[in-house]
Design a protein around this ligand. Sequence first.
Ligand code: NAD
Length: 257
Amino acid sequence: MSLVGKTAVITGSNSGIGLGIATELARAGANVVLNSFTDRQEDHDLAEEIEREYEILARYIKADMSKPDECRALIVQAGACDILVNNAGIQHVAPVDTFPTGKWDAIIAINLSSAFHTTAAALPMMRDAGWGRVVNIASAHGLTASPYKSAYIAAKHGIVGLSKTVALETAEEPITCNAICPGYVLTPLVEAQIPDQMKTHGMDRETVVREVMLARQPSKQFATVEQIGGTTVFLCSDAAAQITGTTISVDGGWTAL
Ligand code: NAD
């Protein structure tokens, strides 16, 4: 699959799944724009490393996805956006009746509304270019629920709905919009939770992963950032040109239960 000459903007891509997606898109030949809300030398270094490794153009643009103006400015600053991956996301866990309002607002803003703003800014560019792909990173929690994650689950269900609507609005154009629904993915964030879980449950690493973290993931394996990146590359391929307005689960069977 060659994406040479395409520009991909990946929100929240200085770590974890977003970085994995940016790397796989770069491997496929796309120029990539990395993003997060920080502006550290290491953020820019990441882009430089990807540029060198894959011989494409890569840069890092700071933009806070909780702020509508910055979401739109990211796309404008990118200068081109053939592939838009809405990946930035945060989580907070608490019962509904004590869920902090500020956390609710931040999760809805970053995990859902940012995708509305970036998509609105990117679609005219895709139309001018005569080709476009919008890939939204939802979650198994975009299709199912768990207790104590009300804002996250509302946002992830919301982004699945947004993906369907954008797909219908672009259905007659060479633009597609889909949502990837990962189960548990082994990112540095998830990896960091393992020692605490081992202590809490008095279990070894393997048991904690299998019985606690992957309790709902029938494969009993984490998905990898490379697999989410590869699924994104597939959605950008010609083979996926008629795949639009749908979800692709990468969840080891979670949503089949
Ligand atoms: P992560 O914390 O490693 O990555 C989140 C990214 O979003 C980081 O780059 C972070 O800097 C960025 N970000 C956070 N707030 C931001 C803001 N205000 N503006 C711009 N960027 C911001 O976590 P991850 O696991 O890689 O998650 C990436 C996406 O995948 C999220 O949308 C998450 O909901 C989704 N997801 C993750 C899993 C999993 O098991 N890890 C499963 C399903 C879905």
